[in-house]
Design a protein around this ligand. Structure first.
Ligand code: DON
Length: 309
């Protein structure tokens, strides 16, 4: 394997000059203001070595990457309730598809598409103050990243709340089917706030370390989830983490990973590394174009692709 620091520096330099950078998400107006010129990458290996390049310390909107942490929190509280609401199958559909939810009686395919994540978030806040759900997710993320400064960007949350009509449609449809327990407005507010958490690649890679270590947070030595649950979350990330591009991502990169429309991706090489990349330009399916290219390069050069013999 090449020297990791030079490899990551080389990848970041290639990505910085890439001419084709994808399109920044504009359906959340606040995200449309972010410059696609940026690229950051942080790799933390199992022995604790941390390698960073590019805009590694610039905070960005984690968006759907938050769905990993919401799922961890909900599973810790009541795993049966989670799996009673959402499935574990790749959707093969857009992350905000309405037609699939209707065709399947209001039961979301998996916890990473928008409908599934809204149903999971509802479990965290139902019956409670709507802020309790996002508060629990934020606490978990701060603890895992070892950084109490991580916070919600209120302008992004407001921007999505003002324009999130598709998510409102999904939530109301699930409410009609009894999949959402709390008031729809409160559940959506909690979901928009969790998506609007800002983190840098360094913070995100740190927060993902437990997933490379079979559920153990190396900073505290404590189990965040059991080894079995860590395996299963990685399985869901591999099969569902990139929506209708999950197959293509597995084909090219071969790592469990979760993307967000802010352009971030958290990828896990089990037993080897926690990796965060960020570049705001997206593919048509809503996944970071250069983030994916960077992970493909890294997984190929290191041999971390999970399908390697
Ligand atoms: O609900 C939404 O549409 C956004 N807050 C999150 C979607 C997202 O990040 C999809 N990711 N690639």
């Amino acid at each position: 394997m090449p020297d990791l620091a030079s490899l990551v520096t080389h990848i970041a330099a290639e990505m910085a000059k890439a001419p084709e950078r994808g399109r920044v998400a504009d359906y959340i107006p606040e995200l449309a203001k972010v410059s696609p010129a940026q690229f950051g990458m942080v790799v933390i290996t199992a022995d604790g070595c941390e390698v960073a390049a590019g805009d590694a310390d610039v905070a960005f909107s984690i968006q759907s990457v938050s769905k990993i942490f919401a799922l961890v929190e909900a599973l810790s509280r009541d795993a049966n309730a989670v799996w009673a609401r959402v499935g574990r199958e790749p959707s093969g559909s857009a992350f905000n598809s309405i037609v699939q939810l209707e065709a399947e009686g209001g039961r979301p395919r998996n916890p990473f598409i928008n409908a599934g994540a809204i149903a999971v978030t509802d479990l965290l806040s139902a019956g409670d103050d709507p802020r309790a759900g996002v508060g629990a997710i934020l606490r978990l993320i701060r603890q895992l990243a070892g950084d109490d400064d991580i916070a919600v960007d209120g302008a992004v949350a407001y921007s999505e709340a003002a324009s999130g009509h598709r998510n409102a449609a999904l939530a109301h449809f699930m409410k009609a089917h009894g999949v959402i327990a709390g008031p729809v407005e409160a559940t959506l507010s909690s979901y928009f706030h969790q998506c609007a958490i800002d983190m840098s690649c360094r913070q995100l890679a740190r927060a993902g370390r437990f997933l490379m270590h079979g559920g153990i947070d190396p900073a505290s030595g404590e189990a965040v989830v059991s080894p079995e649950r860590a395996r299963r979350i990685n399985a869901l990330m591999l099969t569902c983490g990139h929506y209708d591009a999950s197959g293509e991502f597995a084909f090219r990169v071969g790592l469990p990973a979760k993307s967000g429309v802010g352009g971030g991706i958290l990828a896990i090489a089990p037993g080897r590394a926690s990796i965060a990349v960020w570049s705001p330009g997206l593919s048509p399916q809503g996944n970071s174009l250069l983030g994916t290219a960077a992970l493909e390069h890294l997984a190929g050069a290191t041999g971390w692709n999970v399908f390697n013999p």
